[in-house]
Write a protein that binds this ligand. Structure first.
Ligand SMILES: [Zn+2]
Ligand SMILES: [Zn+2]
Length: 129
């Protein structure tokens, strides 16, 4: 089960309908999908994330989507649970946390790949499985 989010910034940047969390297939590999910032693509991407609490004997070396790698350009990404990618005291509102297993990130005051301000927000869209 995962959750669908959109990310939008007042500057006009938008990342629509990202499916965050575990899908039915990804659960068996212990890999979930988490929002991350790709400095090369300059956009929010979904990168595979290995939950430290969810270990699996299954090897995923054959999977071309390794944890922490951008699915578009295959460079290293930074997950949005990085404290440097969000404003610790956002002025835009209280917001809520996006969390899944050990992963936790705020929903407001997020680093925007376009304007480089801590003004991006997450919007809850629905559930998927
Ligand atoms: Zn990239
Ligand atoms: Zn922006």
């Amino acid at each position: 089960m995962g959750t669908i989010y959109s990310f939008r910034c007042p500057c006009g940047y938008a990342a629509e309908s990202l499916s965050v969390g575990y899908g039915f297939l990804s659960y068996s590999t212990g890999l979930s999908c988490m929002p991350a910032y790709c400095p090369r693509c300059k956009r929010v991407v979904l990168a595979k994330y290995r939950d430290p609490l969810h270990t699996s004997p299954k090897q995923t070396d054959a999977d071309d989507l390794q944890p922490g790698i951008c699915p578009r350009c295959h460079q290293q990404v930074r997950y949005y649970d990085d404290p440097h990618l969000s404003d610790p005291s956002p002025t835009t509102g209280k917001g809520w946390d996006i969390s899944c297993g050990e992963f936790r990130m705020p929903s407001v005051g997020l680093f925007c790949p376009k304007c480089k301000q801590m003004t991006m927000e997450a919007f809850w869209e629905g559930l998927w499985d």
